[in-house]
Design a protein. Structure first.
Length: 113
């Protein structure tokens, strides 16, 4: 079951405190971005965030799940936790703060003809 646009609108509204959250539709589901970097996925009406030791400390009982078959395990944040705006914003910010640094872009070699 694909995630409804209304679900994404609600989630983006709850995460709007930072002003840095956005989403992009991909394959019928959504990728969640913070500060232009991917922090999680919204699949089948569920929020999945990248795990980190710091984000685990914010969860009472961490739940893991795969956003789609073959994906790595992510933290599954159930919809009943989405209503706590300050906590949800803090959790997403913590995930972002603990992402590894981005890899430098590879320079393309000029085409030889």
């Amino acid at each position: 079951m694909a995630t409804a646009q209304g679900t994404m609108d609600f989630l983006l509204d709850m995460l709007s405190d930072s002003g840095q959250v956005s989403a992009r539709k991909m394959f019928g589901e959504y990728c969640l971005y913070y500060g232009g970097r991917p922090v999680g996925l919204v699949c089948d009406e569920q929020l999945f965030l990248k795990p980190s030791p710091a984000s685990l400390q914010l969860l009472r009982t961490p739940e893991y799940g795969a956003p789609f078959p073959g994906a790595r395990a992510h933290l599954r944040i159930t919809a009943d936790l989405w209503d706590d705006r300050p906590w949800l914003n803090q959790l997403v910010r913590t995930v972002y703060d603990n992402l590894p640094p981005p890899k430098p872009a590879r320079r393309r070699k000029p085409a030889t003809g």
